[in-house]
Write a protein that binds this ligand. Structure first.
Ligand code: SAH
Ligand code: SF4
Ligand code: F3S
Length: 422
C-alpha cells in the first residue's frame, strides 16, 4: 500500500485543498503517514501571501530534495498551492527532485482527473470520505474579486466563483453520514457568495436544516459585505456559531483607502457594534497588518485605538510584505523593517492583554462545547470549541467525539479554557 505525506502551509483554504487531494489519493489506495521519510509521495502545499511564507516553503522543498538525492529515495515530490501557481515549473528547475507542480487554480481539475480520468465528469470529486472527521473544512467559493492593493491572492487563486448550493448541501450530507458534526464554510469573502437568488445568508439557512449537523462556522467575512441580513441570520439560527472573523487590516481611514478595502474606520466599528448588539456573547476576531506603504505613527496609533475599542477575542497580526503583481508594489515599501517590527510587537502586546482578559472573563461560566478530538499524546484530554471561537480542554476518559456537552470553565491559560463536567 503506498503512503503519502502532506505538509501544508498557508490558510484554511490550503488545508481544505490538501484534504481534497488526500481524499482522492485515499480512494486510489493511499494511506497517510506522519513520517515524510517513509512516504512514497510527498505533497507540499504552499502559500504566497507574504515573502516569509515562500521562503519557508522553498527551504522545506530544498531540504526534501537534498534528502531524496542523498539516500536515493524512490519518492515522488509534488508541490501544489499558491506558490506553485506563482512560480510554476521554475520550482522544478531549481529543485530537480520535484516531480510535479500543480498551481492553486488547477488543483480541482487535477483531483478530478486523478479520480475520474482526464475525460471524467465536470462535478467536484466525490470519493468516499474517510470516517471520523468531526469538524470539516468546506470551500463554498474559490478565488477573490476584491483586489485589496497589498494582496496576491486574486492573482494566484483567480477570480471569485461560488460552488452551487445543491452541490454544497450534497457534500455536507455525505460528510454527516461519515460522522461530521461541524462544518466550516470557507471563502476569501463568504459574504459575496451567490448561486442564482441564493445569497450567503440563504445558504446558511439551508444548511441549518440538515439533520445530524450540530454546528456551522464560516470564514472570512469582509467588513464591506457583512450585511444586517447576515447578522440577523446568525443571531436567529442556533447552530450557527457566534464567531465572526472580520479582518480590519488597519484602523486608519487613509490607509484603508490606499488598501482599497471599501470601508473606513467608522463603518468598520459600526459593523462591530451591530454584531455585538445582535449577539452580545459573540467572538469577533480579526487580521491586521502594520507597515503598509506610507503608514505613519499617527496611522498606527489609529490601529491601536481601534483594537482597544473593538476588543477582539483574538487577532492575526502581520508586518506588511511587498508582493509582486499587486498595486501596492508600486507604492514603495517605505516603512523600515525595525519600525514594522516595533509596531507589530506593540500591537501584539495590546491584543494579548485583551485576549487574556476575554478568556479570564469566562471563568465560572457554564457553556456548551463540541468535542472534536483527543489532545496529541494525552488520551484522557479532549479538545473542543465553545459556540464562539475559544479553544477548550476537558479531562475525560470516555469517547465524547462529536458530542456537545454542558461544561463549566474552571481555568484560563491565556488562550485555552480548562473545563469540568456539570
Ligand atoms: N480573504 C481574507 C484573508 C486573506 S489573506 C481577507 O480578506 O481578509 C490573510 C491575511 O493575510 C489578510 O487578512 C492580511 O491581513 C494578510 N496579508 C495579506 N497580504 C499581505 C501582505 N502583502 N503583507 C502582509 N500581510 C498580508
Ligand atoms: Fe486578499 Fe482582499 Fe481578497 Fe482577502 S478580500 S483575499 S485580502 S484581495
Ligand atoms: Fe491562503 Fe496563502 Fe494562498 S493565505 S489563499 S495559501 S496565498
Amino acid at each position: 500500500m503506498p503512503f503519502v505525506f502532506f505538509e501544508t502551509f498557508g490558510c484554511q483554504m490550503n488545508v481544505a485543498d490538501s484534504d481534497m487531494l488526500a481524499q482522492a489519493l485515499f480512494s486510489l489506495g493511499y494511506s497517510i503517514i506522519e513520517e515524510s521519510e517513509h512516504a512514497d509521495l510527498i505533497v507540499v502545499n504552499t502559500c504566497s501571501v507574504r515573502e516569509h511564507a515562500e521562503v519557508r516553503a522553498l527551504a522545506r522543498i530544498h531540504e526534501l530534495c537534498v534528502r531524496k538525492k542523498k539516500h536515493a529515495l524512490a519518492q515522488e515530490i509534488w508541490v501544489i498551492g499558491c506558490m506553485a501557481q506563482r512560480m510554476g515549473n521554475s520550482i522544478i528547475e531549481k529543485n530537480p527532485g520535484v516531480n510535479q507542480v500543480i498551481g492553486a487554480k488547477d488543483i480541482v481539475s487535477f483531483v478530478q482527473d486523478l479520480v475520474h480520468g482526464p475525460q471524467g465528469k465536470t462535478a467536484l470529486p466525490a470519493p468516499d470520505v474517510k470516517p471520523g472527521r468531526i469538524s470539516a473544512l468546506l470551500p463554498i467559493m474559490r478565488g477573490c474579486n476584491n483586489f485589496c492593493s497589498y494582496c496576491i491572492v486574486p492573482s494566484v487563486r483567480g477570480g471569485e466563483t461560488s460552488i452551487p448550493c445543491s452541490r454544497i448541501v450534497e457534500d455536507i450530507l455525505r460528510r454527516i453520514d461519515k460522522g461530521t458534526r461541524e462544518v466550516t464554510l470557507l471563502g476569501q469573502n463568504v459574504n459575496s457568495y451567490h448561486d442564482g437568488d441564493t445569497d450567503f445568508s440563504d445558504l446558511l439557512a439551508k444548511i441549518h436544516e440538515l439533520p445530524g449537523l450540530l454546528r456551522i462556522r464560516f470564514t472570512t467575512s469582509h467588513p464591506r459585505d457583512c450585511t444586517d441580513k447576515l447578522i440577523q441570520t446568525m443571531a436567529r439560527l442556533p447552530k450557527i456559531c457566534k464567531h465572526v472573523h472580520l479582518p480590519v487590516q488597519s484602523g486608519s481611514t487613509r490607509i484603508l483607502e490606499a488598501m482599497n478595502r471599501g470601508y473606513n474606520r467608522e463603518t468598520y466599528l459600526q459593523r462591530v457594534n451591530a454584531i455585538r448588539h445582535a449577539m452580545p456573547d459573540v467572538d469577533i476576531t480579526t487580521d491586521a497588518m502594520v507597515g503598509f506603504p506610507t503608514e505613519t505613527d499617527r496611522d498606527f496609533q489609529d490601529t491601536l485605538s481601534l483594537f482597544a475599542q473593538a476588543r477582539f477575542t483574538t487577532a492575526f497580526m502581520f508586518a506588511y510584505s511587498q508582493r509582486e503583481q499587486t498595486r501596492a508594489a508600486d507604492m514603495g515599501d517605505d516603512v523600515p523593517v525595525e519600525v514594522k517590527k516595533a509596531r507589530l510587537a506593540t500591537l501584539i502586546d495590546l491584543q494579548m492583554s485583551v485576549t487574556k482578559e476575554r478568556y479570564a472573563a469566562m471563568i465560572g461560566r457554564n457553556i456548551e462545547v463540541l468535542f472534536v478530538e483527543q489532545k496529541r499524546g494525552s488520551e484522557a484530554t479532549w479538545m473542543g470549541q465553545d459556540i464562539g471561537c475559544k479553544r477548550t480542554l476537558l479531562a475525560c476518559n470516555e469517547n465524547i467525539a462529536g458530542t456537545i456537552l454542558p461544561v463549566r470553565v474552571i481555568r484560563s491559560s491565556g488562550m485555552t479554557l480548562t473545563l469540568e463536567r456539570t
